[in-house]
Design a protein around this ligand. Structure first.
Ligand SMILES: Nc1ncnc2c1ncn2[C@@H]1O[C@H](COP(=O)(O)OP(=O)(O)OP(=O)(O)O)[C@@H](O)[C@H]1O
Ligand SMILES: [Mg+2]
Length: 428
C-alpha cells in the first residue's frame, strides 16, 4: 500500500525539519511548499529528504492556495502541516480544499489577526484583556482614554509575531512612538502598510502557555509551560520550562479559557499554543492563541520531559490517525535563550554548552563578526540550549549555571573610525 504524501508549508525551521524527518522515517514522501529564498536556506539533509517542492509566493495567499493545492493533488498528498505561525491560515484553507484533516478555514484568520482574535474571544466569552483598535492618532487618544484600557497598556501590531513591535506603555507620552513601532513590524509575508494597531489593557501576573493537541474537535493538553520574560517596555521570552503543575482550581480555570479560545479559533485538527497570564488571584486571561505547535523549542521540551513524540503526534493528527500522546516519562525540561547585552558587533562567544547528558539540544544562530541587537523581540535571541532531568529545581539550577558560564562579547561601537562626514557633523 502506498502511504499518502505529506506536505509541509515552509520547512526551514528545526521543528519543520523534525516533522519532515518523522514523516520520512515512516515511509511517507515529504514535500515542501516554499519560497525561493526560504529553499536556499534548507540544509543539505533536508533537501535530500524531500521528495519534491513547490515554489510559491506566500505574500499572495490566494495564488499560493491554488498553486500548492494543484501540486498536492498531483503528488497524492494526504496531510498538510505547518509549524510556521504565518502560514496557519493557508494551511487551514489547503486542508479544506484537499479534504484532509485540518482546522476550520472560516475561523483560521482568528489565530493570525489579533483584531479578529479579540472579536472572536469576546463572542466566545474568552477572558482576555480589553482590546481597542486604533487607526490613527485620534483613535489612539480615544483608546488610551478608555478606562477599560488604562496604564500600563500594551500596544501591538495585528499580525506580527515573536513579540516584534509589541510595547508596554506606561504613560501617554510613549504611545505614539509605540504605535509607529507596531505599524512598522510587518509579518513575514505581509507587505506592511497597515495603519491599525491594537491597544490592550495590561494583564499583571505570571505568564504561561498551554500546549494542546486537538483531533476531531476534542482537545488534549500536553503541557503547561512557564515563561521567563524580560520586564520593561519590550518583552522578550528568555526561557520556557515544563511541565508545570498548577493548583487544580487554577489549572481548571486555565483549561476552560484555553478550550474556549481553541473553539473560537476554529482549531479542529492540529496543535495549538495558547498564551495566558494568571493573576495573583488565580484569574486567567488569554493573551493569544497560535494554531500550531509552540515555537522556542517547546516541542523538544515536551519530547524530553514527557516522552511524547510531538512530531509523530502532529503527523498522526494531520493524517487522521489517533496520536500517541500519553506521557511515557515524568521528567522536566527547560530552555534558556542567550541574548546580547547591547547592540553592536559580536566579537566572541565562550562557554556555550554542548549537547551531552541532560543537554539534548543546543543551537547558536549569530555569526561571530555579525551585528547583534539589543533584545527587543524574540528574533534578536542569539542562541538556545535545553536542559532536562528528573527534578524541576535541579534542572533550573543547572540551566541558570550554564547560562552564567556563557560569555558573549559585543563591541558596542562597531565602526571605531567614524566616516569623515559624521566627524564633520559631530564637530559642528
Ligand atoms: N495584555 C497584555 N498584558 C501583559 N503583557 C502582555 C500583554 N500583551 C502582551 N504582553 C507581553 O508581551 C509579549 C508579546 O505579546 P504577544 O504575545 O501579544 O505578541 P506576539 O508577537 O504574538 O508574541 P509571540 O509570537 O512571541 O508569542 C507577551 O508574551 C507578554 O509578555
Ligand atoms: Mg505571544
Amino acid at each position: 500500500m502506498t502511504l499518502p504524501g505529506v506536505l509541509l508549508l515552509d520547512a526551514a525551521s528545526p521543528d519543520a525539519g523534525a516533522l519532515a524527518t518523522a514523516a520520512a522515517a515512516r515511509g511517507h514522501q515529504v514535500h515542501a511548499a516554499t519560497t525561493a529564498a526560504s529553499y536556499a536556506d534548507y540544509g543539505p539533509e533536508l533537501k535530500r529528504l524531500l521528495a519534491g517542492r513547490v515554489v510559491t509566493a506566500f505574500t499572495r495567499p490566494g495564488r499560493a492556495l491554488d498553486e500548492v493545492a494543484a501540486y498536492a493533488r498531483q503528488h497524492d498528498v494526504g496531510a498538510v502541516l505547518t509549524v510556521n505561525e504565518y502560514l496557519t491560515e493557508l494551511a487551514a484553507h489547503l486542508c479544506a480544499e484537499l479534504g484532509v484533516p485540518g482546522n476550520d478555514p472560516g475561523r483560521a484568520r482568528t489565530a493570525r489577526d489579533k483584531a479578529a482574535m479579540a472579536e472572536a474571544f469576546t463572542a466566545a466569552r474568552v477572558h482576555a484583556p480589553h482590546t481597542v483598535l486604533a487607526r490613527d492618532d485620534a483613535e489612539l487618544r480615544t483608546a488610551l482614554a478608555d478606562p477599560r484600557v488604562g496604564f500600563p497598556c500594551v500596544i501591538k501590531p495585528l499580525s506580527a509575531a515573536g513579540s516584534a513591535g509589541v510595547t508596554v506603555v506606561t504613560a501617554p507620552g510613549g504611545a505614539t512612538e509605540a504605535a509607529d513601532t507596531a505599524r512598522s513590524a510587518a509579518g513575514m509575508y505581509s507587505r506592511g502598510g497597515d495603519p491599525r494597531v491594537l491597544v490592550q489593557a495590561y494583564a499583571a501576573g505570571t505568564e504561561y502557555s498551554v500546549e494542546s493537541l486537538t483531533q476531531g474537535s476534542a482537545t488534549t493538553h500536553l503541557a503547561v509551560t512557564r515563561k521567563q520574560v524580560t520586564g520593561g517596555a519590550k518583552r522578550v521570552e528568555t526561557g520556557h520550562s515544563l511541565p508545570v503543575f498548577l493548583p487544580p482550581a487554577v489549572e481548571a480555570a486555565v483549561y476552560r479559557e484555553v478550550e474556549a479560545a481553541i473553539g473560537a479559533a476554529g482549531i479542529r485538527n492540529g496543535a495549538s499554543h495558547t498564551e495566558v497570564i494568571v493573576g495573583g488571584d488565580g484569574r486567567c486571561v488569554v493573551i493569544e492563541i497560535g494554531a500550531r505547535l509552540a515555537a522556542g523549542q517547546i516541542g523538544v521540551l515536551i519530547q524530553h520531559s514527557l516522552g511524547i513524540d510531538v512530531w509523530a503526534a502532529l503527523l498522526d493528527v494531520a493524517l487522521g490517525h489517533p496520536p500517541a500522546i500519553t506521557p511515557t516519562a515524568r521528567g522536566y525540561a527547560t530552555v534558556r535563550f542567550v541574548t546580547s547585552p547591547h547592540a553592536g558587533r559580536l566579537v566572541s562567544l565562550r562557554g556555550f554548552p554542548r549537547t551531552g547528558p541532560g543537554v539534548p539540544f543546543v543551537r547558536w544562530r549569530a555569526a561571530i563578526g555579525g551585528l547583534v541587537h539589543e533584545p527587543d523581540a524574540n528574533g534578536h535571541r542569539l542562541g538556545a540550549f535545553v536542559v532536562t532531568g528528573t527534578e524541576a529545581a535541579e534542572v533550573e539550577e543547572r540551566a541558570d549555571a550554564l547560562l552564567r558560564g556563557i560569555r558573549v562579547e559585543v563591541d558596542p561601537h562597531p565602526n571605531p573610525r567614524p566616516a569623515p562626514d559624521s566627524l564633520t557633523r559631530a564637530n559642528r
